[in-house]
Write a protein that binds this ligand. Structure first.
Ligand code: S3P
Length: 453
């Protein structure tokens, strides 16, 4: 399956004003991965509406099929998954390629670590640079044997434990992926698997495990959140609706803030507080963002979020907020470039190991657009230009969908167009991005088709 061909397809954004409209963004990527994985383990048929049908999640769909689950998309767009039962995965016929998806590969490693199957995981150039040690170390404690390329990189061979033992693990870095890998491994281990997270991260795995009937409990302790999962309990299938992804919504909302005379509403956006750090930060920056109709949906809270053109001011974003907006720093840095004053972002060490080194990629892109940026190991400081950003590029996306979308948004509000070297990579999380942005009035086109300007 190809989700991103080898050919870079440049894309250009040109100055645009008057972005207007109400839109939906695709389903949340984190929740989509988990829904497919737990559906693949449950006994019986799980139905998922609003699944994100983008490169990363489709990789997970293929992976679960290779491990023995049955997955079908019906005409109405809903996915129906018949699972194998906890411990019921079969050995796949060949390597499983997770493409660009760190979440997919790390969670799947957890899923197979406690089942006696041998699985080889591969990925694209970006994923093959990312560290797997953070999941390998705890998964080996369950009894899995894991071999990788030098430096704990893909390809990675996981030989699941035939007689797994439960694990207690305190997360050394705040990572929902590592937490989730452990909890998923714990499903097929006897006794209690415990994860302690000193800094809270997104809690979709815990919420969804509960919805599927897993034996999971949470407790707040002086060391942080303590999550305990009782293993060897079958999962019951669920009917799930995936809420709109706040990490995708960030792009149209950001564009509305910096393009003149704009007002954009994203309907049905996930408002889980472990994901809304960007909204909190933007409110502090003076953004006109309002939330209407908060309501429960699929065990989560969603709402309709409206952003209007705003004069932004620089702020300091504390390190403690990083997990709640970890994927939103590139677009925040773009917004900071349009603000009045300096924006300082702290606690960003994890950005170095995302789809790209996002501190380096964001800083290089901003510099190419005439914006002053300073960076350190785990911080970034953007000097706002009070609304007047030059633009330009070309911007190197480094196989990173969020770098591509962030700089296209910059190009909508800059003085000169912005070209990103690869627009195709956006399909990993938001395949309809350009089309939906155009429907709001944004001028974003593949570069060869862009108007002479
Ligand atoms: C994710 C967790 C985050 C995030 C990623 C999705 C998840 O990674 O950056 O895009 O679905 O669990 P970490 O948990 O490694 O920080």
């Amino acid at each position: 399956m190809t989700t991103h061909d080898d050919q870079n397809r440049p894309m250009t954004a040109r100055p645009s004003a008057g972005l207007r409209g109400r839109m939906q963004v695709p389903g949340d990527k984190s929740i989509s991965h988990r829904a497919v994985m737990l559906g693949a383990l449950a006994i019986g048929e799980t139905t998922i509406s609003g699944l994100l049908e983008a490169g990363d999640v489709l990789r997970t769909v293929h992976a679960m099929a290779a491990l023995g689950a049955r997955l079908e998309r019906h005409r109405d767009g809903a996915w129906h998954i018949t699972g194998c039962g906890v411990g019921g995965f079969v050995e796949p016929p060949g390597p499983i390629d997770f493409g660009n998806s760190g979440t997919g590969v790390r969670l799947a490693a957890g899923l197979v670590a406690t089942t006696p199957v041998k699985v080889i995981f591969t990925g694209d150039e970006s994923l093959s640079r990312r560290p797997m040690g953070r999941v390998i170390e705890p998964l080996e404690q369950f009894g899995a044997a894991i071999a990788t390329a030098p430096g704990g990189r893909l390809p990675m061979r996981v030989t699941g434990a035939a007689h797994p033992v439960p694990v207690t693990w305190e997360l050394p870095v705040p990572s929902a992926q590592v937490k989730s890998a452990l909890l998923l491994a714990g499903l097929n281990a006897p006794g209690e698997t415990t994860v302690i997270e000193p800094v809270p991260t997104r809690d979709h795995t815990e919420k969804m495990l509960r919805a599927f009937g897993a034996g999971i409990e949470e407790e707040r302790t002086p060391e942080g959140r303590r999550i305990t999962l009782r293993g060897h309990k079958e999962l019951s299938p669920c009917d799930l609706t995936v809420p709109g992804d706040p990490s995708s919504a960030a792009f149209p909302l950001a564009a509305a803030l910096i393009c003149p005379n704009s007002e954009v509403t994203v309907k049905g956006m996930l408002l889980n507080p472990t994901r809304t750090g960007l909204i909190e930060t933007l409110h502090e920056m003076g953004a006109d963002i309002t939330i209407a109709n908060p309501r429960a949906s699929g065990g989560e809270i969603v709402g309709d979020v409206t952003a209007r053109t705003s004069a932004l001011r620089g702020v300091t974003v504390p390190a403690a907020r990083a997990p709640a907006m970890i994927d939103e720093y590139p677009i925040l840095a773009v917004l900071a470039a349009f603000a009045e004053g300096v924006t300082r972002m702290e606690g960003l060490a994890e950005l170095r190991v995302k789809e790209s080194d996002r501190i380096a990629a964001t800083a290089a892109g901003l510099a190419a657009c005439g914006v002053e940026v300073k960076t350190g190991d785990d911080w970034m400081e953007v000097t706002g230009r009070g609304g007047e950003v030059r633009g330009g590029g070309p911007i190197a996306t480094h196989l990173d969908h969020r770098i591509a979308m962030s700089f296209l948004v910059l190009g909508l509000a800059a003085e000169e167009p912005v070209t990103v070297d690869d627009g195709a990579v956006i399909a990993t999380s938001f395949p309809q991005f350009a089309e939906r942005m155009r429907a709001l009035g944004a001028d974003i086109e593949p570069t060869e088709e862009a108007r002479e300007g």
